[in-house]
Design a protein around this ligand. Structure first.
Ligand code: ADP
Length: 206
């Protein structure tokens, strides 16, 4: 079986800054890949190229061994590659469930009933976050909002989850919880790319 995702010889420059030069990475299902380095090393750029946020200047991206051609956030999501950025992208005034299914469900602004509730419960049974689906996201702590982001990605059938500095706003306990989540996702076959400049965190989880 080919790797879920492959970066082959990727380069990316911003003006005079060569952020990535000839980077290759194979991402297999059910693995954690740590991307470590000091600030400015190009870690976020690598994640953003794979997630379709930045177009590489050179190199190619393959999914399931197939060349991807034109790459974008939407194409990456269609292939199950989702990045959770440091700046979370939730709508604070909407509930947990509304945020998770936003854009996937036409009736998401209504009550969480019937099939949506069943889908939420199915997601929850895989991760066991224990979030209240009806609470507004603005009432949640950062660590809980991060969990909503992860559920949002899983609702889109994410197979490769890119976490960019996920512990920067978390307490020690919350970091442990996040790592437990990463381990259970990986045990279920998800691939995680874990971007961090905290070597301790990376060694614990990858
Ligand atoms: P890291 O995540 O390892 O801290 P980044 O990937 O954010 O590093 O940045 C790598 C280099 O590319 C840095 O020098 C940064 O300033 C530059 N860079 C990143 N994104 C942009 C951008 N959108 N425009 C200009 N320069 C950028």
């Amino acid at each position: 079986m080919p790797p879920l995702a492959q970066l082959n010889d990727i380069s990316k420059r911003f003006g005079n800054t060569q952020a990535l030069r000839g980077v290759s990475l194979d991402v297999e299902a059910g693995t954690v890949h740590a991307v470590v380095g000091e600030n400015g090393a190009g870690k976020s750029t690598l994640g953003k190229v794979l997630a379709g946020l930045y177009a590489p200047d050179d190199g190619e991206i393959l999914v399931d061994g197939q060349p991807t051609g034109r790459w974008s956030v939407n194409r990456a999501q269609d292939h199950g590659i989702v990045m959770i950025a440091q700046e979370l992208s939730l709508v604070p005034q909407l509930t947990v469930a509304q945020n998770i299914f936003l854009g996937l469900e036409r009736n998401v602004l209504g009550l969480l009933t019937g099939s949506l509730r069943a889908r939420y419960d199915a997601l929850e049974s895989t991760v066991q976050f224990g979030l209240d689906p009806n609470v507004k996201v603005e009432q949640l702590k950062i660590a809980e909002q991060q969990k909503v982001e992860i559920l949002r990605a899983l609702a889109r059938d994410a197979r490769v989850l890119i976490l960019d500095e996920p512990t920067s706003s978390l307490t020690g306990h919350e970091t442990e919880q996040l790592h437990a989540t990463v381990r259970s996702l990986v045990a279920g076959g998800t691939a995680v790319i874990y971007v961090s400049h905290f070597l301790d965190a990376v060694l614990e989880v990858s």
